[in-house]
Design a protein around this ligand. Structure first.
Ligand code: HAM
Length: 405
């Protein structure tokens, strides 16, 4: 029997309800903040991700679904959404147009990771990208939006915050950090040896416990920020304080993608096991020019939908619409007509197979219908339809001409 690929899941019925509820809730909030939907292809040129997410990242280094297509193009299933949105932003010349452009999107992403609970090879993100606002107030807006989405879904969180500095303060810090790493000699792991050469700040995120204990004394970027980054970081904290959004400063939060500068943040949940990051984002002011666009400040985030699924508190389900059932073969045609009429303005689900009343009532429960409408021999003789209101718990025999009126 053919099975789905490892780390790639089907989303069925009850889960899909949650999934849809999540998308509807997050989209409503994004629209309230003035964001517009954008759809970009799942497949892009590999070079796009190499130049944005970065060659030193695990995502590009180890996890891409990359292949040569029939036209000899080097292509890749998108591992994340930001790069494609930035490409579209530049391709459609919105960078040249100037002004503010705010987008939201959702869809599947692909990373060839080792699957485990909360870590899939095909997973879904809901993302936001904002272009054209340099002010740190936009960074705060991102965090407020994630907080609003999680709160609307009944999900508790912890917010981790860091500043990754910019081109003014990062180079000097990087040198300090490299000297520190050198002072650790052979004690660091092989991955960190490699990171030291490609993107040294990545060592701070190393999962190796021995490395972590060594890096406790590493210089912290937050102590080496330039005046601009420092003052933006202070402003960001004060806005969050004002909005009663609690945060923890995590100086080791470096994020797994290379394009960030200044604000970086992650929302984590303590209720879903080791893959606890439910959303991540930050500012990426240099990315548009790295991809040959006009320099444009930008900031965004993405939520991992699968990780949120089990945390979502669904609203109490409300019975709605009709279930239609026939008691015998001769009632099928009139029941179909009745359903068609009802479906013009509400849910109307038909069970064609003649069944006993008890079974039809169970069917109505199963689909959470408000009304169970039945036609049997008795109703046919009287040219009517029997309707039970499963909320008010009353039942009526309604003449068909009235029902169709
Ligand atoms: P990211 O932190 O790589 O950021 O991913 C965002 C979220 O996607 C994570 O917090 C996590 O919930 C979910 N996620 C990541 N990998 C997996 C996986 N293998 N299985 C299940 N869920 C996963 C980005 O992708 C950036 N593009 C976010 C961004 C947008 N930054 C600025 N704008």
């Amino acid at each position: 029997m053919i099975q789905s690929l490892r780390g790639m899941n089907d989303i069925l019925s009850e889960d899909y309800e949650r999934f849809e509820y999540f998308i509807a809730t997050a989209s409503t909030i994004a629209k309230r903040y003035g964001f517009h939907y954008i759809e970009t292809p799942l497949l892009e040129e590999t070079a796009l991700f190499k130049r944005s997410v970065g060659e030193s990242s695990d995502i590009v280094g180890k996890e891409m679904y990359q292949f040569i297509d029939k036209g000899e193009n080097d292509v890749c299933l998108r591992p994340e959404g930001t790069a494609g949105v930035v490409r579209a932003f530049i391709q459609h010349k919105l960078d040249k147009k100037g002004g503010i452009h705010r987008f939201y999107y959702h869809g599947p992403m692909f990373r060839y990771e080792r699957p485990q609970k909360g870590r899939l090879r095909e997973f879904h993100q809901f993302g936001i990208e904002s272009f054209g606002v340099a002010s740190v107030y936009e960074d705060a807006l991102m965090i407020m939006m994630v907080s609003d989405i999680l709160t609307a879904l009944g999900i508790g969180y912890r917010l981790k915050l860091n500043s990754l500095g910019d081109q003014h303060c990062m180079p000097a810090y990087r040198e300090k950090l490299v000297s520190f790493i050198d002072s650790c000699g052979d004690a660091i792991c092989g991955d960190c040896e490699r990171r030291k050469l490609t993107n040294p700040i990545r060592v701070l995120d190393c999962k190796n416990e021995h490395c972590q204990s060594l890096y406790l004394n590493a210089p912290k970027l937050i102590d080496h920020l330039c005046e601009g980054c420092q003052s933006d970081f202070e402003t960001l904290k004060s806005i969050l304080d004002q909005h009663a959004i609690a945060y923890e400063i995590d100086t080791n939060l470096v994020r797994g993608l290379d394009y960030y500068s200044k604000t970086a943040f992650e929302f984590v949940s303590d209720n879903i096991g080791s893959q606890s990051a439910i959303a991540g984002g930050g500012r990426y002011d240099r990315l548009i020019e790295f991809l040959d666009g006009k320099p444009t400040p930008a900031v965004g985030f993405a939520l991992g939908i699968e990780r949120l699924m089990e945390l979502i508190v669904m609203p109490e389900s409300v019975r709605e619409g009709y279930y239609f059932g026939a008691m015998d073969e001769t009632a099928i045609k009139p029941i179909l007509l009745a359903a068609e009429k009802a479906r013009r303005n509400q849910k109307a689900v038909v069970e064609y197979k003649p069944r006993k009343l008890q079974d039809h009532l169970k069917g109505a429960d199963r689909i959470n219908a408000r009304y169970c409408a039945i036609i049997g021999e008795n109703e046919l003789n009287q040219n009517s339809i029997w309707v039970k209101d499963l909320v008010e718990k009353n039942e009526k025999l309604i003449p068909l001409n009235e029902f169709f009126a």
